[in-house]
Design a protein around this ligand. Structure first.
Ligand code: WQD
Length: 342
């Protein structure tokens, strides 16, 4: 069965392409490479033995989507393509609304036109903001977004809900990701942040590799056991496999009109310091870090109650943080330094 993976050359997208093939699906990639490297396709070829069919185009083009839906007989879509830098989204809100929300609207319109009904949407735990209770379930109230990026995910979920509530022939699952980390064990694909990484683990591995002078821990005065923020770090391959489980769940259901939301996390919270200590233990690398001021917009703690995903999708995270950090380090060592521009 042919599945369109928008943003399929990205970090989570490329790992999901691998999991789709391993599950017997035929992924077709649509990626404009605005935030990913064409070399990812070589990495996929190394793992899969072939390069998945790829359309190097933007998914905000209805004609492109119509052509692909017809030519590739697409029966399902996994929609990763979106800008995701929280800080940048505050400086360029219209770029984020146009791309993240605009592309979703065009995708849904074209799916309806072409009779494609199955969609998995990439959402984020950021919609929970600073939760009042932990762990967060899918019923935990969504808080007013603390960033434009987060708002595009909240708006996206509302668009999906309303599109299905209107009675359209759509079966949609929104997956709320927590913090994806790690890389494929072959080190053929992984996280390739452009410029200074936003996220913690690539900053850790680049510092350990000597590409960065030191890691700054953004605050150690939070009300947590060691004063640093707590997150739910999930191996990117566990996250990838959740997409396959969600797609199978949609394909097996009899309903023709469905929408629901699922947390995709490990169910365990870990602090920044725990991540640093685990990295040093697992890799034998000592990390040069210092404590700095809090980063604006950070929440103290957020981690998932993943029971609903286990119950309905038959999915749960199985890989440890030790494995994820070992895989991330192996990936960092494999990629040429030129892929980590200063
Ligand atoms: C994790 C923790 C930082 C870097 C973001 C997005 C979220 C999702 C995942 C897309 C925080 C601390 C980080 C550093 C640090 N992205 N940190 N020093 O902010 O939880 O989530 O990425 O869907 O939507 O908001 O992830 O990796 O940036 O930060 O101390 O150099 O690491 O303060 O506590 P975050 P992160």
């Amino acid at each position: 069965m042919n599945v369109l993976v928008t943003g399929g050359a990205g970090f989570i997208g490329s790992h999901t392409v691998v999991s789709l093939v391993e599950a017997g699906f035929n992924p077709v990639i649509l990626d404009d490479f605005s935030n990913s490297e064409a070399g990812v396709l070589d990495g996929l070829e190394h793992i899969l033995g072939f390069k998945p069919k790829t359309y190097p185009e933007n998914c905000r083009n209805g004609d492109t989507l119509r052509r692909i839906f017809h030519e590739e007989k697409i029966e399902g879509v996994i929609h990763f393509a979106a800008f995701k830098a929280v800080g940048e989204s505050m400086q360029q809100p219209l770029k984020y609304y146009d791309n993240n929300v605009g592309s979703l609207i065009i995708l849904l319109q074209t799916m309806l036109e072409c009779g494609v009904s199955n969609l998995i949407f990439s959402s984020s735990c950021t919609v929970y903001g600073e939760p009042d209770t932990l762990p967060v379930t899918e019923e935990t109230p969504v808080k007013p977004a603390s960033s434009v990026y987060g708002n595009t995910k909240q708006i996206g979920e509302e668009i999906l809900y309303d599109s299905v509530a209107a009675g359209n022939a759509l079966k949609i699952i929104a997956l709320r990701y927590f913090n994806p980390i790690g890389a494929h064990p072959t080190a053929a694909i992984g996280e390739l942040p452009r410029g200074v990484p936003n996220n913690l683990v690539p900053f850790i591995t680049q510092t350990a590799a000597g590409l960065r002078e030191s890691l700054t821990v953004f605050g150690d005065d939070y009300p947590t056991p060691d004063g640093t923020c707590v997150r739910d770090y999930i191996h990117v391959l566990d996250l990838a496999e959740a997409h396959v489980s969600a797609l199978k769940f949609l394909l097996e259901m009899k309903a023709t009109n469905y929408y629901d939301i699922f947390n995709i996390g490990t169910g365990h919270g870990a602090s920044v310091m725990q991540l640093i200590q685990t990295f040093e233990r697992v890799t034998g690398q000592s990390l040069n870090y210092k404590i700095g001021p809090r980063r604006a917009g950070d929440v103290t703690a957020v981690y998932a109650d993943a029971y609903k995903s286990e119950q309905h999708l038959g999915w749960k995270a199985t890989r440890s943080m030790d494995l994820a950090l070992a895989d991330a380090w192996r990936w960092q060592q494999a990629i040429a330094t030129d892929k980590n521009p200063a």
